[in-house]
Design a protein around this ligand. Sequence first.
Ligand code: UT7
Length: 362
Amino acid sequence: MAALGPVRYHAPMIRTAILGLGSYVPDRVVTNDELRFLDDKHERQAEPTINTDDAWIQQRTGIRERRYVMPGVATSDLAVQAATRALADAGCAATDIDCIIVGTLSPDIFFPGVGVFLQRKLGIADKTSCPCYDIRQQCSAFLYGLQMADAFIKSGMYKRVLLVGAEIHSHSMDYSTRGRDVTALFGDGAGAMVLGPAPTDDPRSGVIYTKVHADGTGAENLYIKIFDIAKAPYLAYDTRDREVNKDIYPQMDGKRVYVRAVREMNLATQRALAETGFTWDDIDWFVPHQANLRINEQVAALAKIPAEKCLHTIQFYGNTTAATVPLTIDHWRQAGKVKKGDRVLSTVFGSGFTWGAAIFTV
Ligand code: UT7
């Protein structure tokens, strides 16, 4: 009797599709002019609190205004709004979700992470027991999360992944001239996607390409410390004393971050095209992380991206960190520019340093 040869089992290749998209920004608009007068409670003072001006902020960053939450609103509240819109867009019930991934640098509390609060606010905590991941890659978190979601779906592990980027920056900014380099940049907002197996195996649609990177030598170029776990006690200052409380606010070496962001976002973009074989003719929209309009314009010039394909929202929302990518796509979809099935090349860069690029259809 002839020996049986090795049994080969080829699992059918699962591809990932973006089934739904949603975003949310709070109603309160804070213009550059108003920002100058705000105190720690976001109340307008008679005299300027920050030595800055609209012309400086617009010229150096492109930002005109940003959104701020009202007191009492948490990051998971923004996340649930964006998630609910993405679920409706996907035609899914919250109970269909079998995995939640949230990217944020501004969790509701230190632990547990925002994912479980989001699960609870979606009303599925006691119904699905779906796993909740919190990821900490700051401005790059959405593309890191997209890669995770894609891998989970391709492996057959989960069938409906809810991926959310949500941030409240307004509560942790330094409303004094000391913090003006950072305070001028950031705003509050959230964006979400529902991902699942694609109905087709077309390699030119769905999540086509993801690549993410990190370089820890840049960790102290953009960070917020708050505490130092190597010390006892781990909070060693009076948070109310403005002379000594610098550690509770973000610190940034803006120039270093800027230069590295231009370099890595350009290289990641060019690599994404080279590795997929796409050209700009195949890409409908370029959606870079929204940290500074000048960074994005330099990346677009270096990577020879047609100006009409570049999407920005930094003018209206500032930098919403983990939320910028889905928020920008959804903003322009609502404006009628981005259409179902359009192909997007996105690149991000942020604290860590972390960065990456992805190509997907929406
Ligand atoms: O999401 C990823 C993270 N963030 C980024 O990607 C941000 C990257 N960096 C940047 O976007 C830019 O470096 C900034 C917008 C933060 C700063 O722009 P810049 O052209 O690099 O300005 P600079 O840091 O060289 O500062 C020039 C001057 C300084 O004053 P002196 O020392 O020359 O007197 C700053 O103190 O501008 C001052 N300055 C401001 N003035 C008015 C810094 N921030 C402000 C402000 N308003 N908000």
